[in-house]
Design a protein around this ligand. Structure first.
Ligand code: 5GP
Ligand code: MN
Length: 340
C-alpha cells in the first residue's frame, strides 16, 4: 500500500495537464547527484512515453559516474548552454523541479531565470521545509529518495504500467545512491518492495552498483587516501572531519564526482556520530561542506544555523565564504563549545 501524501485534487489537476502533449522542462538541483539525475531522467522517459516533449536542464555538470544513465546524453547544462536553456524554459508549458525544496538550490544565474517563468511548477522532493513556489507540491520528508517518490507519483497518475526497464533503471539508481545502498534511515519495507518490482522489470540491480561505485580513476583513489590522511578526530565530541584544499584537488586531477561519498568514512570510526568534509572551491570562492550524522543529531539544522545550508537530519550540506582555516576554526568552536 502506498501512502498518498499528495492532494487528490492536485493529482487530478496534473492528470488533466498531462492529458494533452506538452513541452516540459525538468530541473534537478545544482551539483546533481544520483537521486537528482535518476529522478529527472526517470520522469523524462515517462513523459516521452506519454507523447510529451520533455527536456532535462541541469544547472551545472553532473558527475561522470552518472553518464551511463539512459537519456543522460540529452541533458542540457544551463551553465554551458544558457541561451538554449532559457529558450526551452520560456517555451515550456510545465516545469518540474525534482530533488530540491527552494529555487536557490539551482544556484545564482539560473535561480533568477526560473523565478521569472510563468508556467506552472510541479515539485517532487523529500527535503525539509519546502518553499511555496510550485503550483503543485509533492513533498514528503519520510522518503529516502525523490526517486522512490517518482515511482509513487507515476502510480498516483494511474500509469504504473508505464514503468519499464529504462524508467526503472533511473529510479533504482536514485534509491540506491540516496539510501547509501539501502542502509540509511528512510529505507523502508516499501523501498524494498519498489526495488523488488524494478528488478522483476529487468533492472540490473547487481550491475548498477558497479557502474556507480567501481568506475573511478586511480587518482580518485589517491584523493580519497589524502582525505583519509587529513581526517581529524575530536573524540571527546564524537566528531570527525576532513578537508581537501583546491591544491590537493588539483594534485589528484579532481573531476566532478570524485569527492562523492568521502564524507561517510568519518562515521566508520567506532563512537563517531558526526562527521564533515570541507572542500575548497577556488572558482566559486567557497568552501563546500557536507555533513553526516548517525542517530539523533540533526545536521540539517546545524547546516541551516551555521553554514547557509540544509538537507536531511542525517545528511546535509552547506558552504562557507571565509578561508579554510577560518571555516575549520568556526566548526571546531561550534563542536567543542555548543554541542555534543
Ligand atoms: P551532499 O553532502 O551529498 O552534497 O548533500 C547531502 C544532502 O544535503 C542532500 O540532500 C543535498 O541536497 C543537501 N544539501 C547539500 N548542500 C546543500 C546546500 O548548500 N543547501 C541546502 N539547502 N541543502 C544542501
Ligand atoms: Mn535526494
Amino acid at each position: 500500500v502506498i501512502s498518498q501524501t499528495m492532494k487528490t485534487q492536485d493529482i487530478q489537476a496534473i492528470k488533466l495537464l498531462l492529458a494533452t502533449p506538452k513541452k516540459i522542462a525538468i530541473i534537478p538541483h545544482k551539483g546533481p547527484d544520483g537521486d537528482a539525475m535518476g529522478s529527472t531522467l526517470g520522469l523524462y522517459h515517462f513523459l516521452l512515453k506519454n507523447n510529451h516533449e520533455p527536456t532535462v536542464i541541469a544547472p551545472n555538470e553532473f558527475p561522470d559516474f552518472l553518464a551511463w544513465l539512459p537519456g543522460s546524453e540529452t541533458v542540457k547544462i544551463f551553465e554551458k548552454e544558457r541561451e538554449n536553456s532559457v529558450k526551452i524554459l520560456e517555451e515550456a508549458d510545465l516545469i518540474f523541479t525534482l530533488d530540491f525544496n527552494a529555487l536557490h538550490r539551482v544556484g545564482g544565474g539560473m535561480e533568477e531565470v526560473l523565478a521569472e517563468m510563468k508556467a506552472p511548477f510541479i515539485m517532487i522532493d523529500h527535503h525539509q521545509k519546502p518553499d511555496d513556489y510550485a503550483a503543485y507540491t509533492y513533498s514528503d520528508t519520510s522518503f529516502g529518495s525523490t526517486c522512490e517518490m517518482l515511482y509513487n507519483f507515476i502510480s498516483f497518475l494511474g500509469k504504473k504500467e508505464d514503468i519499464d526497464k529504462t524508467i526503472g533503471t533511473c529510479i533504482y539508481t536514485g534509491i540506491l545512491t540516496d539510501s547509501g545502498s539501502f542502509r540509511f534511515p528512510g529505507t523502508t519495507g516499501n523501498t524494498h518492495r519498489v526495488v523488488a518490482e524494478l528488478i522483476d522489470l529487468g533492472v540490473e540491480n547487481t550491475k548498477i552498483p558497479t557502474l556507480l561505485f567501481e568506475n573511478s580513476s586511480y587518482s580518485r583513489l589517491q584523493l580519497l587516501g589524502r582525505a583519509l590522511q587529513n581526517l581529524k578526530v575530536l573524540s571527546d565530541h564524537q566528531t570527525a572531519y576532513t578537508t581537501l584544499t583546491q591544491e590537493e584537488l588539483d594534485t589528484f586531477d579532481y573531476i566532478k564526482g570524485d569527492t562523492e561519498g568521502i564524507v561517510n568514512y568519518g562515521l566508520s570510526i567506532k563512537g563517531i556520530v558526526f562527521t564533515a568534509i570541507f572542500i575548497e572551491n577556488k572558482d566559486e570562492k567557497i568552501i563546500k561542506i557536507s555533513f553526516r550524522s548517525q542517530g539523533d543529531f540533526d545536521v540539517n539544522q546545524f547546516a541551516r544555523d551555521h553554514f547557509q545550508g540544509g538537507g536531511h537530519r542525517n545528511a546535509a550540506g552547506g558552504k562557507s565564504e571565509v578561508s579554510m582555516e577560518e571555516t575549520i576554526r568556526k566548526f571546531e568552536d561550534l563542536v567543542t563549545n555548543l554541542m555534543l
